[in-house]
Design a protein. Structure first.
Length: 193
């Protein structure tokens, strides 16, 4: 059982790399951004609440997000392992994930951090905005999301470092090359980690 947290700024390639890892390792994929966008599309109350934050590039409050994560996880698992993509984004979320998994007899095996310079992130997200149809892929919201990332999410890297789970990878260059680097790390995780 391998539970992986894929970590990085908006536009760092978490979604792309998650897909490749899902195919290779047969893991389940939980993207909290995708979960929220589905709620918005379905016009649910939760979707309406989430949209107000997403459109401003802000984070959904921790308590709500933690509840959504647990519901999503329990709908998919028990399973052979999960890639958490876009969660956790704050230290309280990381602590809640740790506790939630412990209550279910498992844990995060590794955190994989994709490191990409901000100018490159901005360029990638502006490009993605041309085709993604995502309301938050516009310059003003992208800049807000990057600010939120540095202020609220980046400090989590140190948290995972202290947990002994942090692994960093250069998140630019060829997609396959980045994927190989991630696979090398995953393959080196001890079975009981
Ligand atoms: P993403 O698709 O991961 O870039 O997420 C898009 C937006 O959804 C973010 O900018 C947040 O507004 C919201 N969101 C997704 N995951 C989380 C999370 N773990 N905590 C708070 N907000 C989130």
């Amino acid at each position: 059982m391998k539970n992986i947290v894929i970590f990085g700024a908006p536009g760092s390639g978490k979604g792309t790399q998650s897909q490749l890892l899902v195919e290779k390792y047969g893991l389940r994929h939980i993207s909290t951004g995708d979960v929220l966008r589905a709620e918005i599309k379905n016009g649910t109350e939760l979707g309406q609440t989430a949209k107000a934050y997403i459109d401003k590039g802000q984070l959904i409050p921790d308590s709500l997000m933690i509840e959504i994560l647990a519901t999503t996880y329990d709908a998919l698992c028990p399973c052979s392992g999960v890639i958490f993509d876009g969660f956790p984004r704050t230290i309280p979320q990381a602590e809640a994930l740790k506790q939630m998994l412990a209550e279910r007899g498992t844990r995060v095996s590794a955190m994989l951090e994709l490191q990409v310079p901000d100018e490159m992130l901005l360029e990638r997200l502006l490009n993605r905005g041309k085709t993604s149809g995502r309301a938050d892929d516009n310059e003003e919201t992208i800049r807000a999301r990057l600010d939120v990332y540095h202020a609220q999410t980046q400090p989590l890297a140190e948290w995972y470092e202290r947990e002994g789970k942090r692994n960093t990878v250069r998140g630019y260059g060829e997609i396959e090359e980045i994927n190989r680097a991630l696979c090398t790390i995953i393959d080196s995780i001890p079975e009981n980690a």
